[in-house]
Design a protein around this ligand. Structure first.
Ligand code: G1P
Ligand code: ZN
Length: 544
């Protein structure tokens, strides 16, 4: 089989962010576009020659075609072994799991996470390193540099491989192993959680749940784990068949996009438990009967209860939360006498802390929760953690939540997003706030007194690298906080995120509506940043 050398010219703007290179499908379909980027990965990482690589994606439109391209390029470039999920499928946390279990030199994940899929929607590709986590910035920058000078790619002239057949095949000199994308991951879950206890809960006759896979990648994982291994009733997994366009939906598990599930948990006959995950399986949403668990509270509750579960029986070493995530986890860390790190937004900042054994659990307010079992956030893992907890504590989600608040106090939390804001207006707003920051400490705003105000910078405790301008923080003496940040993933204009947190030590007040409880702080945040005057928006587009 001949290796073919194809002359090519660079494409502008093949810069991978922390979630990889994300573009419209139409962009990826340009001749040579995907090839150039994959070749840049292969050129940048010499260890892949003679090494092994995991390949798979969330099944969205263009997944199969992209995998054929990657297999040919990898083979032509001397990768010794490729592990591919059957049908070209792998959830993002499963890729992380398989890289670690099979000790490969890395993996290629095809996904645009929670963004819609289809011919006119999004696609994405990212490289994960040998530790199972997203490549560090030094690597993604090197890949980007290579895309600017690339002038050829190597491929094979071969027919497409049948991705639906399990087994070992060869492509040139390369061995291609097509494996069940679910089993390694399901085995790992079985090692971490008490499957007998969860099985018992499911068969107790008084527990009703649904898992909404949103027609995305977690369908097959949830069917195997929840229905086959744990004995949940057939039909427990809803929207369980992955579709190339996610059924036209927006596969993002939140109160706005998983409304069908939310409705099932409400009212007299509401379910005891509802959960959902996103396009590529790394996000999670947790619901109880008439009850929503904020991701910030979820992280704190998992930390406070981890010792009850087999995989975490020895206790947890430390916790990390992204800066805008509420400080609920800090209260648990203080109680446990362990460290709680505050990192910039983005999963990559947890990698070093996990690798160094400084933390066991980590999470973001944006529906991402995870632990040291892989190096990605993990949707189904969080769901199983909660199910194990419900089984062991024999309490409802709402009882566990209110118990937690009674013990630690409650961090009321909300995020207000202003989307597609004019870029210059958003930049002006941030500048205005930056200028205000130095004068804020000691000042009274409404009923609150500012204790600190800064432009968040983070020094990685493991490698000493510094990340600046990660969001503006205003902390109050009461423990309340306002955080302003511009999204790094938005696609049109700027997205201004305002994160608000207010600490309520008196659990008797916990039934208050969140937006109502936070109203004074919301008004302070709007006024301080001059949001309406600068953006023309009186109200946010999305309230979480
Ligand atoms: C958003 C979330 C962030 C998450 C990222 C990737 O980024 O806020 O927590 O890590 O998606 O899933 P943002 O748009 O805020 O930059
Ligand atoms: Zn995702």
């Amino acid at each position: 089989m001949e290796t073919i050398r194809i002359a090519t010219t660079p494409f502008e703007g093949q810069r991978p962010g922390t979630s990889g290179l994300r573009k419209k499908v139409k962009v990826f379909q340009q001749p040579g576009y995907l090839e150039n980027f994959v070749q840049a990965i292969l050129d940048t990482l010499p260890e892949l020659q003679g090494g092994s690589l995991v390949v798979g994606g969330d099944g969205r439109y263009f997944n199969r075609e992209a995998i054929q391209v990657i297999l040919r390029l990898a083979a032509a470039n001397g990768v010794r072994r490729l592990i591919v999920g059957r049908g070209g499928l792998f959830s993002t946390p499963a890729v992380s799991c398989v890289i670690r279990k099979h000790k490969t030199q890395g993996g290629i994940v095809l996904s645009a996470s929670h963004n819609p899929g289809g011919p006119d929607e999004d696609f994405g590709i990212k490289f994960n390193s040998a530790n199972g986590g997203p490549a560090p910035e030094s690597v993604t920058e090197a890949i980007f540099e290579r895309t600017k000078t690339i002038d050829r790619y190597l491929t094979l002239d071969t027919p497409p491989l049948d991705l639906d057949q399990l087994g070992t095949f060869t492509l040139g000199e390369t061995e291609i192993e097509i494996i069940d994308p679910v089993s390694d991951y399901a085995d790992l879950m079985e090692a971490l959680f008490d499957f007998d206890a969860i099985h018992h809960l499911f068969n107790s006759g008084h527990f009703q749940m649904r898992f909404d896979a949103m027609h995305a990648i977690t369908g097959p994982y949830a069917v195997e784990i929840l229905e086959n291994r744990l004995g949940a009733a057939p039909g427990t997994v809803m929207n369980g068949v992955p579709l190339e366009d996610f059924g036209g939906g927006h596969p993002d598990p939140n109160l706005a996009h998983a409304q069908e599930l939310v409705a099932l948990t409400q009212g007299k006959d509401g379910l005891d438990f509802g959960a959902a995950s996103d396009g590529d399986g790394d996000r999670n949403m947790i619901l109880g009967h008439d009850c929503f668990v904020t991701p910030s509270d979820s992280l704190a509750i998992l930390a406070a209860n981890a010792h009850l579960l087999p995989g975490y029986r020895q206790g947890i070493r430390g916790i990390a939360r992204s800066m805008p995530t509420s400080q609920a986890a800090n209260r648990v860390a203080d109680f446990l006498g362990i460290e709680c790190f505050e990192t910039p937004t983005g999963w990559k900042f947890f990698g070093n802390l996990l690798d160094a054994g400084r933390i066991t659990l980590c999470g973001e307010e944006s529906f991402g929760t995870g632990s040291d079992h892989v190096r990605e956030k993990d949707g189904l893992w969080a769901v199983l953690f909660w199910l194990n907890l419900l089984a062991v504590r024999q309490q409802s989600v709402a009882e566990i939540l209110t118990d937690h608040w009674r013990r630690f106090g409650r961090n009321f939390y909300t995020r207000h997003d202003y989307e597609a804001v004019d870029l210059a207006a958003a930049a002006g707003l941030v500048d205005h706030l930056r200028r205000l920051l130095p004068d804020l400490p000691g000042r009274q705003l409404g009923a609150e007194i500012v204790s600190y105000a800064d432009d968040f910078a983070y020094t990685d405790p493991i490698d000493g690298s510094v990340s600046e301008h990660q969001g503006l923080r205003i902390g109050f003496e009461s423990g309340a906080r306002i955080v302003y940040r511009l999204s790094g993933t938005g696609t049109s204009g700027a997205t201004l995120r305002v994160y608000l947190e207010y600490f309520e030590p008196d659990p008797m007040l916990h039934q208050r509506d969140t937006q109502e409880a936070m109203r004074p702080l919301i008004l302070i945040a709007r006024e301080l940043a001059q949001i309406e005057a600068r953006t023309g928006r009186a109200e946010p587009d999305v309230v979480t």
